[in-house]
Design a protein around this ligand. Structure first.
Ligand SMILES: Cc1cc2nc3c(=O)[nH]c(=O)nc-3n(C[C@H](O)[C@H](O)[C@H](O)COP(=O)(O)OP(=O)(O)OC[C@H]3O[C@@H](n4cnc5c(N)ncnc54)[C@H](O)[C@@H]3O)c2cc1C
Length: 315
């Protein structure tokens, strides 16, 4: 993660400012506020602002006049009850705002989450930095033979090196052509006097998808947890999952009771369909159930066996 001296100074200045408030604040999240948490090679997430805490969830659920006088254990139990029974609106009372720096191809997945407010760095207005995501060799894998949406074995060293060379060379070349088309140097002066230079909104079409972009992303806690349940999941692509995992750290600092309930009832939980439940009941009754005739497809059967910690090929 590269930050300029100017950006570091701005972050330091923001972290030095404080103002008295009657609003709820969370010391553990205050400690993280504005600080970038590095993700991938040049990316980061940082919390810019937030509203509410665990008590705000409880307060909304009880529609109370203050923080209330209940014990912490009662608040935690209520939050766990809300999470378990998908009583979601109390979680919408809390909001958080992130600044995220991410490769464009990750942003394309991320933007599918429609319930956030987003403002992206404008490549119509500004020139995108020469920063590209180049995976670590351990993350360069072959196409998965079993999952068309996933990756399989890590590439052999020689092939990984060749892939990295191509990725780097193509990204650099496209960025060089982008700058040439803009005809604009770092100081804003024309590279070749006498040439008009192409508009930024057009020149950007030449950039590779691993170029980094940035946005401010604001969302309520309920929808954030929905995002995290999909993107911190093992099925999510590694490059977005690492962002979700960094955000989980901030959620844990911000709303620890909600985080624990989310971890237990969403992240670490599995859902069984009605036919799966019927299979489970038969297994618990000691019956030797096999996939054929179980009412489950081979894929569902394998998924269920994995969830139960059994050999997915067992039939
Ligand atoms: C592992 C994985 C693989 C994926 N593969 C593909 C793929 O191959 N192709 C592809 O196109 N996408 C793919 N996606 C994206 C996926 O289909 C969703 O678009 C994305 O996860 C956003 O989910 P969401 O709509 O629930 O979230 P959000 O947009 O954040 O919405 C949250 C919830 O709000 C409600 N909501 C929001 N907007 C509406 C609306 N207009 N109408 C009704 N309800 C609404 C829904 O209940 C929704 O669940 C994939 C996602 C994952 C996690």
């Amino acid at each position: 993660m590269h930050l300029t001296d100017e950006q570091r100074n701005e972050i330091d200045a923001a972290r030095e400012r404080s103002a008295p408030t009657r609003r709820a604040t969370v010391p553990a999240l205050e400690a993280l506020l504005y600080q970038p948490i590095a993700v991938l090679d040049h990316g980061f997430i940082r919390v810019i602002d937030y509203m509410g805490d665990d008590a705000a969830v409880v307060q909304a659920a009880r529609v109370s006049y203050g923080n209330g006088t209940r014990r912490v254990s009662e608040d935690a139990a209520l939050i766990r009850y809300l999470m378990r029974h998908r009583h979601t609106t109390p979680f919408e009372m809390c909001e958080i705002k992130y600044h995220v720096k991410l490769p464009i191809f990750v942003a394309r997945q991320w933007i599918r989450h429609r319930t956030a407010n987003v403002n992206e760095y404008s490549a119509r207005y500004s020139i995108l930095d020469r920063e590209f995501y180049l995976p670590a060799p351990g993350n360069l894998a072959a196409q998965s033979p079993s999952n068309r949406q996933g990756r399989g074995a890590v590439l052999e060293a020689a092939e990984a090196a060749a892939v990295l060379d191509l990725l780097r060379a193509d990204a650099v070349r496209c960025h060089e052509h982008y700058v040439a088309m803009l005809n604009e140097g770092p100081d804003g002066a024309p590279l070749e006097p006498g040439r008009q230079g192409l508009a930024r909104e057009l020149a950007r079409m030449n950039l590779t998808l691993n170029t980094y972009t940035q946005w401010y992303w604001k969302i309520d806690l309920h929808n954030l947890l929905h995002f995290l349940s999909l993107r911190a999941d093992a099925h999510a692509q590694y490059e977005i999952r690492v962002y979700a995992e960094a955000m989980l750290q901030t959620v844990q600092a911000w709303v620890p009771m909600t985080f624990e309930a989310f971890r237990d009832y969403r992240l670490g939980a599995v859902t069984f369909s009605a036919p799966m439940l019927a299979v489970l009941q038969r297994l618990l009754a000691g019956e030797a159930v096999v996939q054929p005739g179980s009412g489950l497809s081979r894929r569902e059967w394998a998924e269920m066996m994995v969830a139960l910690g059994r050999d997915p090929r067992s039939e």
